[in-house]
Ligand binder design. Structure first.
Ligand code: KIV
Ligand code: ZN
Length: 564
């Protein structure tokens, strides 16, 4: 790399548009979408899709709701040609879907393209030639006039062939390829010349596609190019302005969004941004970005996992773990503070607004459920995780509503386990760690059997229990205003006087005949340290007693203390 004075690269010159309007606009409706997965996407694959795979992808695109689908470059190969024939012959083209076919502005290719369209109800013939200074000079060695003539002559030929397909409604799209790097006034001159040849009308407009074939500048420059073009185009109402941004600088999505602010009507791109080099525009991301701004994208991504799996299978590409909306990790929070905030957001949502309320969960731009993803994957537990994540898993996956005061220490216990294994814990492992540390502990003290007698007049309960301590069985008895306090009394009467009951709560888990009860007891030992224990049992009473025994055992670890 050069250092200091970089002379190898030329900065892109700004567009003269001091009164640009796009920065103060907002996008209020979805553009017309056109998928180029089967053409631009396919041509960028190491192993291009075979016809069966193309059919599967075509059907996926139709299912998502695309009405304009570029199905190939039929003059370029027999596979592309035959794919269109299969769609026609097998009646696979829905009435409201228009097939788009790409062709260079060359006579024999245009003629062959028309042959491929026999029997297609509606088609967009998409003609292109490259227009940038470097393409004119290096690739074609032609003048501006000669390049314009290629576009106009190609348009004339397309127009003359329309009559050969009387049963097909033909629309026309023209792309000044490499528009992003073409002088805007020259791109306008060519497009106006093409329009003059095609003679569009307001009811049958031309599509002028302005590709960022290579992304060469910041997205604001792209927006300026689009606004400049829209404002200077003579018969703007007779043209649909279309965007086609590649992603060389990693800002293809931003460029499209700003291009829409700048006045474009239509967007070409691919699912997950597959395409040449760094890819085409990712249609799914733009559509869901619109959705999260309250704009109906009119594309259905409510089962994104299924869409992704077909895409990955037929293209042999993979979606990155952190790909917006679709990546494996995008609904996962590893950081404790994020987990905590997400849990609070989810809890507030469950309490206040239900499913239809506004989405206000910190760190999550979209409700995963809207795109067929679930909450289970939201929080994963590793040594960086905090109390919120662990409590969320225990509540969401196992129905345990831990007392708030217990969250921090459970978080620490589970983190320590994750740290020890130097890996992420599954929800089952999180539960196992919690269980081992807190639930139904039976050593050194074990509750073997208990009998209670109620004296309702005195509001008193008497218990007699058989317990085992450090392997020795004994009887204990006590009284209280309930079985828990009576059992505490029984233990204290036996000599374990160093603890007192601080808190007790319980709830049911699940429903129907499998309902269980969970109880949490917090005791204080020697007026200083508190210990939690949890009991889970089919009977509420036993759950409470087991919680007490568990807390007692955590406060009096096995064999650490002598028998009283
Ligand atoms: O990227 C591009 O410029 C293209 C054109 C053929 C539209 O794919
Ligand atoms: Zn392209």
């Amino acid at each position: 790399m050069q250092r200091g004075n970089i002379t190898k690269y030329t900065p892109f010159q700004p567009i003269p548009l001091p009164d640009r309007q796009w920065p103060s606009k907002t996008i209020t409706q979805a553009p017309v979408w056109a998928s180029v997965d089967l053409r631009d996407g396919n041509q960028a694959l190491a192993i291009p899709m075979n016809i069966e795979e193309k059919i599967e992808l075509f059907e996926l695109l139709v299912g998502i709701g695309f009405k304009e689908i570029e199905v190939g470059f039929p003059s370029a190969s027999d596979t592309e040609f035959n794919f269109i024939r299969r769609l026609v012959d097998e009646g696979r083209i829905p009435e409201d879907v228009t097939l788009q076919v790409l062709v260079q502005a060359r006579e024999h290719l245009i003629r062959r393209t028309f042959e491929s369209l026999q029997g297609v109800p509606q088609a967009i013939v998409h003609l292109y030639n490259s227009t940038s200074p470097v393409q004119r000079r290096v690739t074609f060695n032609k003048s501006k006039e000669a390049i314009k003539a290629i576009a106009v002559e190609g348009t004339r030929l397309v127009k003359s062939l329309v009559a050969t397909l009387p049963d097909t409604r033909i629309r026309f799209e023209y792309s000044p390829e490499s528009f992003s790097d073409t002088e805007v006034d020259y791109a306008l001159e060519i497009c106006e010349a093409v329009m003059a040849e095609w003679q569009p009308s307001e009811s049958d407009p031309i599509i002028l596609n302005l590709p960022a074939t290579v992304e060469v500048a910041t997205p604001n420059i792209h927006a300026d190019q689009i606004e400049w073009f829209c404002r200077h185009l003579k018969e703007r109402s007779k043209a649909i302005i279309s965007l086609h941004t590649h992603n060389d600088r990693g800002t293809g999505i931003a460029a499209t969004e700003l291009g829409l602010l700048a006045g474009a009507d239509r967007v070409e791109g691919t699912l997950f941004g597959n395409g040449e080099r760094t890819g085409n525009l990712d249609l799914m991301t733009v559509a869901l970005n619109l959705y999260t701004q309250g704009v109906d994208p009119r594309l259905d991504f409510s089962n994104l996992n299924a869409i992704r799996s077909v895409y990955e299978r037929v293209t042999r590409m993979t979606v990155h773990d952190r790909h917006p909306y679709a990546g494996d990790l995008v609904f996962t929070a590893f950081s404790g503070s994020h987990q905590d905030a997400i849990k609070k957001g989810m809890d507030a949502r469950a309490k206040n607004s239900g499913d239809t309320g506004r989405w206000e969960v910190p760190y999550l731009a979209i409700d995963p459920e809207d795109i067929g993803r679930d909450y289970e994957a939201i929080i994963r537990i590793n040594s960086q995780s905090g109390k919120g994540g662990v409590a969320y898993i225990l509540q969401h996956d196992f129905g345990l509503e831990l007392p708030k005061a217990l969250h921090p220490e459970v978080g620490m216990v589970v983190n320590a386990a994750a740290d020890k294994g130097s890996r992420e814990l599954t929800p089952d492992e999180v539960f196992a760690v919690f269980q081992k540390e807190y639930v139904n502990l039976s050593s050194p003290l074990e509750l073997i059997a208990i009998e209670r007698e109620d004296f309702s007049k005195r509001d008193e309960v008497k218990v007699e229990a058989e317990v085992r301590f450090n392997g020795e069985t004994m009887k204990v008895a006590g009284t209280g205003n309930g079985p828990i306090s009576a059992f505490v009394d029984a233990l204290q009467a036996k000599g374990w006087k160093d603890f007192s009951l601080l808190d007790y709560r319980q709830h049911s888990i699940g429903g129907g005949s499998k309902t269980k009860a969970a109880a949490y007891i917090q005791i204080e030992k020697e007026g200083a340290t508190s210990y939690f224990g949890c009991g889970i049992d089919a009977s509420i009473e036993m759950a409470g007693l087991q919680a007490l025994v568990s807390a007692f055992n955590r406060a009096h670890p096995a064999y650490a203390e002598p028998m009283p």
